[in-house]
Structures are given as structure tokens and as C-alpha cells.
Ligand binder design. Sequence first.
Ligand code: NAD
Ligand code: IPM
Ligand code: MN
Length: 352
Amino acid sequence: MSVIKLAVIPGDGIGKEVVPASLKVLDVLAELHGGLRFEYKQYPWSCEYYLEHGVMMPEDGIEQLKDSDAVFLGAVGNPNLVADHISLWGLLIKIRREFEQVINVRPARSMKGVTSPLANPKDFDLIVVRENSEGEYSESGGRIHSGKDEVVIQNAVFTRKATERAMRYAFELAKKRRGKVTSATKSNGIVHSMPFWDEVFHQVAAEYPGIQTESRHIDALSAFFVTRPHEYDVIVASNLFGDILTDIGAAIMGSIGIAPAANININGKYPSMFEPVHGSAPDIVGKGIANPIGQLWTASMMLDHFGYQDLGKNLLQAIESTLEKGIKTPDLGGRSKMDEVIEEVINQLKNM
Ligand code: NAD
Ligand code: IPM
Ligand code: MN
């Protein structure tokens, strides 16, 4: 019997709904497999935890997560209780950084049973490789001067090491896919980091002569995601550009509620973290209508990561069959509750 030890952090808002629901599905998958079991350790770290303890996680929090095989996280953030930059840097971003989860892999593709908001979408299947350790997400900067002369500086940090790493990851991924990498740049307007980004892209591209490459400015690329997403295979983007592109990717699929993500520790030294693209969705919390598919698809990526590609594929198939039957939550234009979606996904898995 193989055991996968998961550190489970439901977090805030609908994270507390979609995570337990997804664990039910994981247990069914393990049971159907026969030789696999998940062991869960639950961590209540969240904005409510912060109100009680003054921190998002205990001082030895990272240490506590270290011996898990992966972190399975819902969403973090309740701006009514705690300022977002405090809660996110205290938990989500902290885990990404401490565990060197330097790459954030975020696929977006046409899903059976889902109507894309695009009028005449051709099928698309792309993956955004988001640099996940630096870039625009930096603590460098500060407030200088005050009063009417107040100035705030936010520095973006681009190291050769992290930039090359993200690009190599994208090229390696493209080799296993349709052989095309698009770089998201903005070297026409941002004079230091983005020309450097382009330079590294061209250098790494030279190591992969079999791969087709292109550079697109992020503004145009955002528009092309809407008008011709089928042209893209792998896109490599900085932390912030990747963040924004993947919400667009989610939107063209049909809802941010279905988009998955994997924060990968590429050297295998620390656990990777699996959390969907969406947030805690305060506007729908407690209504039972959160779409669990983002979290489930994320679980499917986690199964792939552990070498259970068959289970991951079965789970995706069960999700698509459920959608095709019209069992979907309101964000996808359906009338079903989250529990009905989960029930049907389990049903589909059991009847495979
Ligand atoms: P959000 O993703 O939480 O919500 C945006 C919109 O999408 C809302 O209308 C919401 O109802 C809807 N939505 C999101 N997920 C859904 C789902 N599974 N099913 C149905 N509808 C869904 O983004 P936001 O409103 O910008 O952020 C809310 C909070 O979440 C903030 O505190 C933010 O910082 C945080 N956040 C956390 C993460 C994360 O933990 N990875 C990601 C994004 C935002
Ligand atoms: C995401 C989120 C986070 C990010 C926020 C909540 C810090 O938007 O995972 O996409 O920007 O990385
Ligand atoms: Mn985001």
C-alpha cells in the first residue's frame, strides 16, 4: 500500500468548502485504485487563525509542513478580517517561497460541457508557466517622503537564475507538448527587467532549436488570449503577468472556479503545493454554490505529480462527464450545488 501524506490547508472562505469536498473524491479514487491511501494532516491556518494568534501560521509552521509529500491548499484571504498583503505573505506566499516552489503551472483548455464566453471558440489547450519566486512580487521598496510629496517605490526583482529556470521549465514542457513557447514580455515600456527577460529568453531558446518561439507584449497577449487562444501552447511569464494571464485563461474556459494550479518545487527538496487559481470568493461563501472543479482539477494535477497519471486522467474525465450532464454550479450557468457536483463526479468515477 502506498501512502501519500498531505498537509491540508483549507484556508479561508470557499477554501473551507471545496477542500473537504475534494478530499472525499480523493478517498474514492484511492479506494478504487486499491493500493493507495491518502493520509491527511489538517491545518486551520487562515484569517480567523490570525485574529486569534496574531500570525497566519505558527513560528514553526513551515517545519510542521516539511515532512508531508505535498500541501493541498484551498484559498487564503478575508479582507474584512485581515489586510490581504498580511494574510497572503504570511501564509500562501510564505509557503511558495520557503518551499522553493519556483514554478507555478497553470493549464487552461476547452472543457467538454462548458460554454466558453467566447462567441466562436476553437478548441484551445495551453499552459502558463508562471515564475513563482520573485519578479513584481517583492518586498523591496517602501514609502518615502510624506504628505503631498508622498512617494511609494515597489521594486521588481529579476535574477538570471530564476528567469532561466522558468524558461527552461517552459521549454522542457513544450518538448512534451506541441513544441511552441511564447514569452510574455513588456520590453517596450519597462526598461530594465523586460529587456533582460527577452535576452534570457533568446539565450535559452537557442538551447532548444526544435521549439518554435515567439515574444508577445503582455497587453497584446492578453487580448490574443481572448481572440485566439488556440494559437498558444506553453506561455512563460513573470510572476505578475502570469497571475493576470491565468485569470484570463480561467475566464475563457468558462469560469475562474474551474482553473487549476500547481506550485512546483523542482528540486524535490520540499513539498510542492496544489491550490487552484481562484481565491476565497467571499461573495458566495456559505451558499453551497462554490464550484469545486478548480480544486478537483488541482487534485488531478497532484495525482499526475505523484505518478498516478491514470487516476488524474480518470478524475478529469469524471469532471467532464459531470459537466456534460449539465450538473454544474451557477458560475458556469448551472443550477447545481457544490455537493451535487461532487456526488456526480464520485458516481462517474465508480462507474468507469
Ligand atoms: P476570487 O477568485 O476569490 O473571486 C473572484 C470572483 O470569482 C468572485 O465573484 C467569486 O465568487 C468567483 N469565484 C471564485 N472562485 C469560485 C468558485 N470556485 N466557484 C464559483 N465562483 C468562484 O478573487 P478575489 O475576489 O479577487 O479575492 C478574494 C480573496 O481571495 C482575497 O482575499 C484575495 O486576496 C484572495 N485570493 C486568494 C488566492 C489564493 O489563495 N490562491 C487567489 C486569489 C485571490
Ligand atoms: C494567485 C493569487 C495570489 C497571487 C495572491 C492571492 C497573492 O492571485 O494565486 O493567483 O497573486 O499569486
Ligand atoms: Mn491570481
